[in-house]
Design a protein around this ligand. Structure first.
Ligand SMILES: [Mn+2]
Length: 281
């Protein structure tokens, strides 16, 4: 896994560099996957390289890159024996964030850093997910997009309007390790998926144990199907400042994802060599 992590870091660095001259998503994807292939590895999953980051599993690459766009790249390598890496970065096509992009990027980064800081044996992964939800809700309150207390907003699943997926999953042989067995590996015996809007997406609900590898991948998105849903709009009418939100129209989707090994005393970020400071100098 260290080998696939190292090649994946290089692939992302190549993608950021290629963005300076690329004109389409496909060209950036090619630059990233070239690194993986040149290292005699394969892609661990269908790469996501998109300016439409709000489409969570977007496998189209035909869009032109425009200066105001954010590019979201979720690309990972896999060794010949199948050990996977799974990394996401989101960077500005122009090399420089707008102020609104920077504000929301910093909210996601705060969640990413806080969650990684909590990884150690014995900690419930579900609590790490809820921490991501809380940090994102608090960040959106600070920006004037949500109204209220972060704890209350998470309680009513308001965070999931913008963070509609789990904070990560097991990683190992295959990108969602053992998920062909359903939730057998991801869920502790006796536990089942929640039917809550803000929890049902969680792929992993177990206490962390030494030598597990998990991803930490909070995100913030504007998914029209979620935000324009009449029932949700009614339910969250009081807690979302829709006019303020409209000022963030240049943010479609941001995710930051790293691969984290649980060690006896804490954690080690296997993909730490890839900076989360993604603006080019
Ligand atoms: Mn992932």
């Amino acid at each position: 896994m260290r080998q696939s992590a190292a090649v994946t870091v290089q692939a992302h660095q190549a993608g950021i560099a290629a963005t300076a001259t690329a004109t389409t998503e496909a060209e950036v994807r090619a630059a990233m996957e070239a690194v993986i292939l040149a290292n005699d590895m394969a892609c661990a999953y269908a790469s996501i390289v998109t300016v439409q980051g709000e489409v969570l599993h977007n496998n189209h690459y035909h869009h032109a890159l425009k200066p105001g766009d954010l590019l979201l790249a979720d690309v990972g390598a896999e060794t010949a024996s199948g050990w996977a890496a799974d990394v996401t970065r989101t960077w500005p096509v122009s090399g420089k964030f707008s102020s609104t992009q920077r504000d929301l990027y910093d909210v996601v980064l705060a969640a990413h850093d806080a969650c990684i800081g909590q990884v150690r044996p014995g900690v419930e992964y579900r609590e790490i997910h809820l921490l991501a939800a809380k940090v994102i809700a608090a960040g959106l309150v600070d920006l004037g997009i949500l109204r209220g207390q972060a704890e209350d907003l998470v309680e009513m699943d308001a965070h999931a309007l913008f963070f509609p997926h789990g904070v990560g999953h097991l990683l190992g042989l295959d990108v969602h390790d053992m998920e062909d067995f359903g939730d057998l590996a991801g869920y502790e015996a006796g536990r089942a998926r929640s039917d809550r809007f803000g929890l049902g997406y969680l792929r992993l609900d177990r206490p962390l144990r030494t030598n597990m590898v998990v991803t930490i991948e909070p995100g913030c998105y504007q998914v029209p199907a979620i935000l324009n849903d009449p029932e949700r709009r009614e339910k969250y009418r009081q807690v979302v400042n829709w006019e303020r939100l409209a000022e963030f129209a240049d943010v479609r989707g941001i995710r930051i994802e790293d691969d984290v090994l649980v060690t006896e005393t804490g954690h080690e970020v296997l993909t730490a060599a890839l900076s989360t400071d993604v603006e080019s100098a």
